[in-house]
Design a protein around this ligand. Structure first.
Ligand code: WTA
Length: 664
């Protein structure tokens, strides 16, 4: 879309139920109300406002005096530094003490009908038991615990058990391969790993323990593996002395574990994420600030009230799972949903039956799922009673207007608000989003900065702030906020280099964005080498490194190309070593092996959609691969390649064009 085209997009009125009646939203009824609220949270009284929110929403074991210290300039960010706070206590105990029977978790198992409600009282007992088991394993404050678990309610308990004793959890998405898991366990030197016999998704079993075992062959520091018996599979390998069953260990320890006294700036979790370089970064979040961002954004972005039932479909292995499945909803004492299945199992009505069955008030998912379901037709959504839904969230990638309208027309039935929420692993919680009772939406725009946040669009070259409307630049944030990450695990310099040094004084998101005539923000996607496949974040360098590990591969260049279903898809160009022997008449066989190679090193979700075996790659005379050329050719713009004067071997362009055309 051209920048002017953004101005032409119509706004959609706030749905009636968010404007009046009994459901008066926290912030509304119009843009003016948002503007007023926002101005109060970023001006001279910003710190007082954050302090008030921190006291209102969270329980502090010891009060803080200082509200914020440090800055993006110096990279020494701290919030509420004298405060002591326990995230597990905040998310579990205070609600269990108030009403132990209140539902904390709605567990929607893979097989429909096998759901279960877990009360705050029961959650407190499970969290306590796991915390006590971890203590028996010798885990103490500051130790890391790797969590490689399926979507079960016990995985939520695992996070909170770590938080309870001050251990730093590092969740690894169960779609990652053994090798990816091994690297993550080793990078943060976990001595303890939590996993399950198997996971289950869409009627299929995932051999998690076997994958973990393979990873652990290369993890000399791991002493204990706690295994949840989830499917009860008979085929589970066992290393005596190291492996222990979750239920057996839990039965040995008391049902209550006192929460540890922890400083607001103690570590809460690490989450590995992809950046421009091959090696994933362990993004580190700390307790008080992160928890405040999580609770505050759930409350205001989703307009959550105490009896709501929140449904976030993200996996626990990603930041959305951390913030919008675990910490945010539970810090507010509302029910949260653990959805183990897929959007299409056993039928494409699965999401909507889940909403109906549990009367979910909130439903939060990724555009890729919406595109898939839209393609399968609205008949699947028609039979469910979705009248409980008040707010529907979208996250992880730009939502295309067709998908937005489908959500609005068929899921929300024009009664629910839609919020397109933008955030990142690094920002911890939502930083750009409509507020459902105050902002009229434009499909495809994440609209306005969240309370307490101030952004700017910068000229990428000069680093100057772009003023006015109709401008496009890189998205940065000014001033710190509580839930911004603090560092990269064991690599503070990398944190500074990637996020704070590119534009001194600002936090650099890596995304480009446009501001339209109404001041609405349109996120355009990454300006670095990060690609987004179905909302899963990967770096091109990471996939290239995986390909190069294959014996016959000399060089690889990976690009992200638009894809109707997955947002972006991986296209890989590969050259082979001269001595490598293969059958040139059967390139598909080799391509298949290379896809397997990526699955093995990273995981199935990173699989290239297309592999092109070419004799050479377009490079500059200094040897830099010109990915831009391949990007254009894939996009069908091979006749608009622009200036090719720096290209070393111009002939390669035609070879690549022919390859791409042949495989279309
Ligand atoms: C992208 C996922 C457009 C963006 C929460 C960002 C989005 C990256 C949106 C972070 C959105 C996330 N509209 N793009 N609403 N939300 N993104 O760390 O490119 O896995 O930088 O966090 O996802 O990915 P991450």
């Amino acid at each position: 879309m051209s920048n002017a085209a953004y101005d032409a997009v119509c706004t959609h009125p706030i749905p009636p139920r968010m404007r009046n009646g009994t459901e008066v939203p926290f912030i509304g009824p119009n843009f003016e109300a948002y503007k007023k609220a926002h101005a109060e949270t970023v001006g001279p009284n910003a710190d007082q406002w954050w302090a008030q929110m921190a006291r209102e929403l969270l329980h502090w074991d010891r009060p803080f005096q200082t509200i914020r210290s440090g800055s993006f300039k110096t990279g020494d960010i701290a919030w509420f530094p004298e405060g002591y706070i326990n995230a597990s206590y905040n998310c579990v105990d205070r609600w269990a003490f108030e009403d132990p029977n209140k539902t904390a978790i709605i567990y929607e198992a893979d097989e429909p009908g096998n759901h279960k409600y877990i009360s705050y009282g029961e959650l407190l007992r499970e969290v306590s038991r796991v915390a006590n088991v971890l203590k028996r394993f010798g885990v103490t404050k500051g130790d890391t615990v790797s969590v490689y678990m399926p979507m079960t309610w016990q995985a939520v308990a695992a996070f909170l058990a770590c938080a309870r004793i001050g251990a730093v959890h590092s969740a690894v998405f169960p779609g990652f391969s053994s090798e990816a898991l091994r690297d993550r366990i080793n990078d943060c030197r976990s001595r303890v790993v939590l996993t399950a016999d198997e996971g289950r998704r869409g009627g299929k079993a995932i051999a998690l323990k076997a994958l973990a075992d393979k990873a652990l062959e290369g993890c000399p520091h791991v002493e204990h593996v706690l295994v949840l018996k989830h499917t009860g599979s008979e085929n589970v390998g066992w290393v005596a002395g190291r492996d222990k069953w979750w239920h057996e260990e839990s039965a040995k320890v008391p049902n209550y574990c006192p929460p540890e006294l922890l400083n607001s700036e103690d570590g809460l979790f690490i989450l590995y994420t992809s950046g421009s370089t091959g090696k994933p970064k362990g993004i580190m979040h700390t307790i008080g600030g992160y928890l405040l961002g999580a609770a505050l954004s759930v409350k205001y972005v989703f307009d959550v009230h105490p009896d709501d039932r929140f449904g976030c479909m993200a996996d626990l292995g990603w930041i959305t799972g951390h913030t919008y499945l675990v910490y945010g909803p539970l810090a507010l004492g509302v029910a949260t949903t653990v959805f183990e299945s897929t959007p299409t199992y056993p039928t494409p009505a699965r999401f909507w039956e889940t909403v109906d069955r549990h009367r979910l008030t909130h439903f939060h998912t990724a555009p890729t799922a919406v595109r898939l379901l839209r393609r399968l037709g609205e008949s699947h959504v028609q039979n469910a009673d979705l009248s409980s839904l008040r707010v529907i969230g979208s996250v992880g990638e730009p939502i295309n207007p067709e998908a937005w309208h489908w959500l609005n027309d068929h899921v929300g039935r024009r009664q629910a608000a839609i919020v397109d929420t933008f955030f990142q692993t690094e920002t911890g919680s939502i930083v750009v989003s409509p507020l459902p009772g105050a902002i009229e939406c434009k499909p495809g725009s994440a609209t306005v900065p969240f309370l307490g946040h101030e952004y700017a669009l910068l000229d990428p070259v000069t680093g100057k702030e772009l003023e006015g409307s109709g401008v496009e630049g890189v998205l940065v944030f000014k001033n710190t906020w509580p839930s911004i990450a603090r560092t990269v695990w064991q690599d503070h310099n990398r944190w500074l280099d990637v996020y704070l040094r590119p534009y001194p004084g600002y936090f650099y998101t890596g995304d480009g964005a446009v501001r339209d005539k109404d001041g609405y923000i349109w996120i355009k996607g990454r300006v670095d080498d990060v690609i987004n496949i179905s909302g899963h974040r990967l770096s091109t360098a990471e996939i290239e490194s995986a390909l190069i590990l294959y014996d016959g591969v000399a060089e690889a260049a990976v690009i992200g190309a638009n894809d109707e279903l997955t947002g972006q898809a991986v296209h890989a160009f590969v050259t082979l070593k001269r001595e490598f022997k293969y059958d040139p008449t059967d390139e598909p066989a080799l391509a298949k092996e290379l896809v397997l190679q990526v699955r093995k090193v990273i995981g199935p979700f990173a699989s290239p959609k297309k592999i092109y075996i070419t004799p050479d790659l377009p490079k500059t005379r200094s040897g830099k691969i010109m990915r831009r050329i391949m990007r254009k050719i894939i996009a069908g713009e091979g006749d608009q390649l622009g200036d090719l004067s720096t290209l070393a071997e111009p002939g390669v362009v035609d070879v690549i064009k022919a390859k791409v055309a042949a495989s279309a």
